[in-house]
Design a protein around this ligand. Structure first.
Ligand SMILES: *[C@@H]1O[C@H](CO)[C@@H](O)[C@H](O)[C@H]1NC(C)=O
Ligand SMILES: *[C@@H]1O[C@H](CO)[C@@H](O)[C@H](O)[C@H]1NC(C)=O
Ligand SMILES: *[C@@H]1O[C@H](CO)[C@@H](O)[C@H](O)[C@H]1NC(C)=O
Ligand SMILES: *[C@@H]1O[C@H](CO)[C@@H](O)[C@H](O)[C@H]1NC(C)=O
Ligand SMILES: *[C@@H]1O[C@H](CO)[C@@H](O)[C@H](O)[C@H]1NC(C)=O
Length: 483
């Protein structure tokens, strides 16, 4: 018997060489073409990040499963995946109406520039092609994100995502989510169908190209947009002007002021013609053009990497106070979703124990960054020791809470339930792994990447037993209505 530590380092050695080769290959490739301004800024795009920022290998090979991950999946000789429960953010979308309006304003300001600035000249030639009707809709690229993701998941879990199975699809009512579900379902159907044809040549190809065969898409905002239905959250955070005061302070603080000045300078404008919101929308436009059209737009040349870091913090501050650790209610309002996930896993365990077929081998739920971020906070992920505030930007430069790494477009949190042979641990035959954006996630309280289902439930027993959506979210009734 070798001690476990020895095993680990051997394993590490085995992965070292391919990794090194990969890095070398990347260096050679990078030497060929210069990095564009958009690519240089792309690590700082926050919630407007393309999915490839967390999985750069996909830029080269969109169907590649990436480097091997030690410990994932659990060894097939002893563990079989029983159920997969996935929560997705929709794919790449267009800017919202509000963002498009602000962009039109900044674009209009260019006409008032005083002097000749190269960035300004380049932008004057840029066509304002966003229309207000595009308001947050899924872009074609967003369909592609979801379709490719479905095909990769099908390749990762061939036993679970098999033909002739019916899956559960649940979506927020927003069209970008319904369309994302649809694109995902289509990608999954194609993956399963292709495999089926390969394996069984005899099967008639007339099995119609009908992704709906995989199951209907059900709308459920209770699960996917719990934040809209949580009255206390709406009153105390969403509609409370004071709630985001750290964000407001940062907008007028010294770091942001310098960014506004530098951008005004590059545009031949006076600093007082711009403000943090307008500069942020210019930065968003750089990110939208990269995500939607795969181009480095002239908007990107307005920003240095230092500016981008400040703008990323601005974006994260909003996520933190509105969706993350800033207020308890942000995450507590998601317990309805967490309980639904555990209930589904519970049901699969019960069916397995009774030797019944698993009724929902895969559950796919399509929501928003605003769905995932609170859920991850509820579970204790990406929590920094330092609160994110207006006056501690420097202290938080190495923070864990970076939205772009957590919830880029098409972000996905996948719970994998396994049934494992009982040889060495008779009581722990059901195990769970969690993947974020297709990468194995350590449980927040340990360095482990696998846990027994019983321990998982035990760790979160307070949330499972004591968090009730109505207690968390309902406003007290006033005297009149109670009478
Ligand atoms: C343009 O800039 C020059 C020099 O900075 C200044 O004298 C002039 O008043 C400005 N014109 C306008 C319209 O702001
Ligand atoms: C999204 O769905 C709507 C309604 O079904 C459809 O009109 C639109 O073309 C879809 N957009 C994309 C990008 O799939
Ligand atoms: C949404 O999901 C919740 C939790 O599973 C369930 O109680 C509720 O009935 C569902 N609502 C709809 C409209 O299906
Ligand atoms: C995106 O643009 C880069 C650089 O311009 C190019 O190398 C790449 O092939 C493009 N990707 C896609 C999917 O079009
Ligand atoms: C109590 O509720 C009623 C009905 O919803 C409303 O019209 C009234 O203004 C409320 N009163 C107070 C004091 O909030």
């Amino acid at each position: 018997m070798r001690p476990p530590a020895g095993n680990m380092s051997r394993r590490a050695q085995r992965f070292w060489w391919p990794l090194l080769l990969l890095c070398l290959a990347a260096l050679v490739a990078a030497g060929g073409g210069q990095e564009s301004a958009a690519e240089r800024l792309s690590p700082y795009f926050g919630t407007k990040s393309r999915y490839e920022i967390v999985n750069p290998h996909l830029l080269r090979e969109p169907l590649s499963l990436g480097p091997p991950q030690p410990g994932f999946p659990l060894p097939p000789a002893s563990c079989t995946p029983l159920q997969l429960h996935a929560v997705f953010r929709h794919g790449t979308r267009f800017p919202t109406r509000g963002q498009i309006k602000k962009l039109a304003r900044v674009h209009g300001l260019l006409g008032r520039r005083n002097g000749t600035c190269p960035a300004s000249e380049a932008l004057a030639g840029w066509e304002m092609w966003y229309r207000e009707e595009m308001d947050g809709l899924l872009a074609e690229r967003g369909r592609y994100d979801m379709s490719m993701l479905a095909r990769r998941l099908a390749a990762r879990f061939p036993g679970l995502l098999a033909p002739q199975r019916r899956f559960v699809f649940i979506s927020s009512h927003k069209s970008r989510c319904v369309n994302s579900s649809d694109a995902f379902r289509e990608g999954l159907y194609r993956a399963l169908h292709a495999e089926q044809q390969q394996q069984q040549q005899l099967l008639q190809p007339t099995l119609e190209s009908n992704p709906a065969m995989l199951g209907d898409i059900k709308i459920n905002d209770t699960l996917m947009r719990f934040f809209d239905l949580c009255e206390k959250f709406v009153r105390d955070v969403e509609n409370n002007k004071e709630a985001l005061h750290e964000l407001d302070d940062f907008k007028t603080g010294p770091e942001m002021k310098k960014v506004v000045e530098r951008v005004a300078d590059k545009l031949c404008l006076q600093a007082d013609q711009l403000n943090a919101d307008l500069v942020q929308v210019a930065f968003f436009t750089c990110s939208f053009e990269l995500a939607i059209k795969n181009v480095s737009s002239p908007w990107c040349s307005l920003f240095s990497e230092e500016d981008a870091l400040v703008l990323e913090y601005l974006n994260d501050l909003k996520q933190y106070w509105k969706r993350g650790y800033g207020y308890d209610i942000n995450s507590r309002s998601s317990c309805v979703l967490f309980q639904d996930i555990i209930r589904n896993l519970d049901q699969a365990v019960a069916e397995s124990k009774n030797s019944k077929p698993i009724s929902s081998p895969a559950v796919f739920q399509f929501g928003h960054a605003e769905t995932l971020q609170p859920l991850l906070a509820l579970m204790g992920y990406f929590k920094d020791s330092e609160t994110l505030k207006a006056n501690n930007y420097r202290k938080n430069l190495n923070r864990k809470f970076r939205s772009g790494r957590i919830v880029p477009y098409a972000a996905n949190l996948v719970f994998v339930l396994y049934h494992c042979d009982q040889v060495d641990s008779p009581k722990e035959e059901y195990k769970v792994q969690i993947l974020l954006n297709e990468k194995l996630l350590e449980f927040p309280w340990s360095k482990k990447t696998v846990i027994s289902f019983a321990n998982l439930k035990n760790h979160y027993k307070d949330i499972l037993q004591k968090c009730h959506f109505s207690d968390v979210c309902d406003l007290p009734q006033n005297a009149t209505t109670r009478a």
